[in-house]
Design a protein around this ligand. Structure first.
Ligand code: SF4
Length: 72
């Protein structure tokens, strides 16, 4: 038996989101898309996704992750 996570609507998109952030991950299920942040370890709300798409270079979480990985 496989377990399926049911996400609330605030996380669901009907288009594939795109971001050049290396911590941005997209999962698709039946034409619906969920974006996850690998730094935060959780799904992103649709409103947050827009920021990841447009302003990922200024994201404070990304900056912290890069610093912690010693890539700065
Ligand atoms: S919240 Fe920041 S670190 Fe996470 S995916 Fe979006 S831009 Fe990247």
């Amino acid at each position: 038996m496989s377990e399926r996570i049911v996400y609330p609507k605030i996380y669901i998109m009907h288009r594939r989101p795109r971001s050049d952030c290396e911590y941005f991950e997209v999962r698709e299920r039946g034409g619906e898309f969920i974006a996850l942040c690998k730094v935060l370890g959780r799904p992103l709300t649709v409103t947050s996704v827009e920021k990841c798409e447009k302003y990922w270079q200024d994201c404070p979480y990304r900056r912290i992750a890069i610093r912690m990985e010693g890539r700065e």
